[in-house]
Design a protein around this ligand. Structure first.
Ligand SMILES: [Zn+2]
Length: 262
């Protein structure tokens, strides 16, 4: 599951190669947009909002895409071979005179008036990497459901936008919180959310995300995807389980000693 910092970096790259340029090729390979052609239209900007991608065009429309679990956007210099998946996995192609941007395995591809972007991203909480990051508002939203587990609250993009399963697990380890701790029992929620923002911010330019400060393979995380391995602090084996609302269960990792259930 891509995290907010991955989406942010992807949109920065897309903005670098597309913004201010005119599309020389446009293919949206989803049934409802099969006849839509934006060739000749200029791209104004590509921005991220939480884990959503918004491509704003000079004709007043926005292309909205989302990675969900497996999607990705890749950019290639003109003439370079595309590498991001199989041909049948391509959902969108946006090309300029110099670059190709290719969207693979995108479960969400839709076009809407730019003025109506709120209909697809308006529900999101403060964006951890947005220019309008608002810690107070994020705290207010999370606190509004005090009985909920902090693990679920952090993943709910309506509370704050950008945290996925990696940062959830790592952030809770750093704060010594069991993932099932009810929000009302979290000692300093404000600090938890602030630290989450710092983690994403510190990693926003990196392709290898690290929460330990160590970028070496196999050393970049404390608990994420390390079930059964010794905790880096206390050597206790890391535990894992899936939990969350029915149908949206997500895997969590924690150290039972460093993160006791209060
Ligand atoms: Zn431990």
């Amino acid at each position: 599951m891509p995290e907010g910092d991955t989406v942010w970096r992807s949109c920065r790259r897309l903005d670098d190669v597309l913004a201010g340029r005119v599309l020389t090729r446009c293919e949206l390979r989803v049934p409802q947009l099969a006849t839509t052609d934006l060739t000749g239209v200029a791209v104004r900007a590509v921005v991220s909002r939480g884990k959503h991608q918004l491509f704003r065009f000079a004709n007043g429309y926005t292309l909205h895409t989302h990675f969900r679990m497996e999607g990705t956007w890749r950019t290639f210099e003109r003439g370079r071979a595309w590498s991001g998946g199989q041909e049948f996995q391509i959902r969108a192609v946006l090309a300029t005179a110099e670059h190709d941007a290719v969207g693979y395995r995108l479960p969400v591809v839709e076009l809407l008036p730019t003025a109506e972007e709120d209909t697809v991203v308006g529900h999101l909480g403060p964006d951890l990497l947005g220019p309008d990051w608002d810690l107070d508002e994020a705290v207010r939203r999370v606190t509004a459901q005090p009985e909920r587990t902090i693990g679920e609250a952090l993943l709910d993009q309506r509370n704050l936008a950008g945290i996925g399963t990696l940062y959830r697990s790592e952030l809770l380890f750093l704060q010594g919180l069991h993932p099932r701790t009810p929000v009302r029992q979290v000692p300093d929620l404000r600090r938890v959310l602030q630290r989450g923002q710092q983690l994403l911010h510190a990693n926003r330019w990196r392709t290898q995300q690290s929460t330990t400060g160590d970028l070496r393979q196999g050393r970049s995380h404390y608990v994420f995807e390390r079930p059964g391995k010794p905790c880096r602090r206390c050597r206790t084996p890391i535990l894992t389980e899936e939990f969350g609302p029915r149908g949206q269960e997500r895997r969590s990792y924690w150290c039972p000693r460093c993160q006791p259930l209060r």
